[in-house]
Design a protein around this ligand. Structure first.
Ligand code: NAP
Ligand code: GDD
Length: 347
């Protein structure tokens, strides 16, 4: 019998990669999308279009703020596995919509767990919660692993800590097979356009094509551990295939500043950058024509910042046999090629 997976957040970056991964593993995949005023299935249109009665991929409306939709979906689908990838996932935006971020990311997770419990499906459904390295926040030490204490510094990070602990709580209290993935930043060509990697590559490609003049950024000196989303959805699935539920850190173990990322992306696209100035006045100059193409703007800084992230995924390597396959330069290469081929928009 085919396994069935229910994915909350199917229209997002990870939802799209996970759907395709599970379809290849011959799952029936049911995705949950929220209502929006324009069609927002671009990332899954290639599998969604093929809609017929035999399709292994179906989409339903639902929303993490609506307990009844969650309960009905789980009751009707009775999936073997649930992946909760739905979230207000933008850290900076969470400072502007803190209550909504907590509602969706924190209480939304509780609503799914409570639906599983109230339908008496505790022993039938395995549950994955999309946790994040943002939970570490103000962290000390050279790297973060499962034993590193949480000290979140954004409403997003705080809301994800609630989701983490409530997932653990339902595992311990009711015996639900529930896993927390603590994933470090992961990117891809279909990354949301307001996350820094996509924003940098999209802008530099447009500048190269003459369709944009400048890239405006915030903090150039925070450090991130960036992997590829394709590798990370495999880790989610592996967590649910174990004999026992557990929590795992997933990262590459390498860390780079935003400025490093800009330099590497610029090189790939064919720019040589020289940096001048300091602080908010720091600028990236295209050495070929002496034009400033990167500037900093206050509005892209956050009230508090996570300065340093570097994941130690030894536990996942040992227990899940999970290893990241793609390096930062593989990731940049794939994102640049995609942007060069697909983006001809004028600024
Ligand atoms: P994403 O691209 O922003 O996707 C988020 C998904 O959640 C989208 O499908 C979005 O729908 C959906 N969603 C938002 N609010 C919802 C609501 N109220 N009800 C139902 N669905 C809702 O995020 P991602 O990068 O794929 O990340 C997936 C998950 O992993 C998120 O929970 C994120 O917080 C977490 N995470 C991500 C990373 C990373 O680096 N990517 C690292 C650690 C953890 P729309 O398409 O309609 O907006
Ligand atoms: N978005 C953005 N835009 N970030 C900028 C900019 C800018 O113009 N300029 C500098 N940055 C810096 C941010 O201050 C942050 O330090 C870093 O770039 C990365 O920002 P994002 O790409 O927005 O990602 P994030 O690290 O805040 O959060 C992502 O990773 C988390 C895992 O650690 C998101 O995917 C979260 O959902 C995820 O949990």
């Amino acid at each position: 019998m085919k396994k069935t997976a229910l994915i909350f957040g199917v229209t997002g970056q990870d939802g799209a990669y996970l759907s395709k991964f599970l379809l290849k593993k011959r799952y029936k995949v049911y995705g949950v999308k929220r209502r929006s005023s324009i069609i927002n299935t671009q990332r899954i249109d290639d599998i969604y279009k093929d809609i017929n009665y035999k399709s292994n991929f179906k989409i339903f409306y639902g929303d993490l703020t609506d307990a009844s939709s969650i309960l009905n979906l789980i009751k009707n689908v009775k999936p073997n596995e649930i992946y909760n990838l739905a979230a207000q996932s933008h850290v900076k935006v969470s400072f502007e919509v803190p209550e909504y971020s907590a509602e969706v990311n924190g209480l939304g997770t509780l609503r799914i767990l409570e639906a599983i419990r109230s339908l008496n499906l505790e022993k039938k459904i395995k549950f994955y919660q999309a946790g994040t390295s943002e939970m570490f926040g103000r962290t000390k030490g050279k790297f973060q692993n499962e034993k590193t204490p949480f000290h979140p510094v954004s409403p997003y990070g705080v809301s994800k800590c609630f989701a983490h602990w409530i997932t653990k709580n339902y595992r311990e209290a009711y015996g639900i097979f529930a896993c927390n993935g603590i994933l470090f930043n992961h990117e891809s060509p279909i990354r949301g356009e307001t996350f820094v990697t996509k924003k940098i590559i999209q802008a530099l490609v447009k500048i190269k094509k003459g369709n944009q003049k400048k890239l405006f950024l915030g903090n150039l000196y925070s450090k991130r551990d960036w992997g590829h989303a394709k590798d990370y959805v495999e880790a989610m699935w592996k967590m649910l295939q174990q004999n026992k539920p557990n929590d795992y850190v997933i990262g590459t173990g390498k860390t780079f500043t935003i400025k490093d990322f800009v330099n590497r992306a610029a090189k790939k696209i064919g720019f040589k950058l020289e940096w001048i100035g300091k602080g908010i006045n720091e600028k990236g100059v295209n050495t070929e024509n002496k034009k400033v193409i990167v500037e900093c703007r206050k509005r892209y800084f956050r009230p508090l910042e996570v300065d340093y992230l570097k994941g130690n995924a030894s536990k996942a390597k040992k227990l899940l046999n999970w290893y990241p396959k793609m390096t930062i330069d593989d990731l940049i290469e794939e994102m640049v090629v995609y942007e060069e081929e697909n983006n001809n928009d004028k600024y």
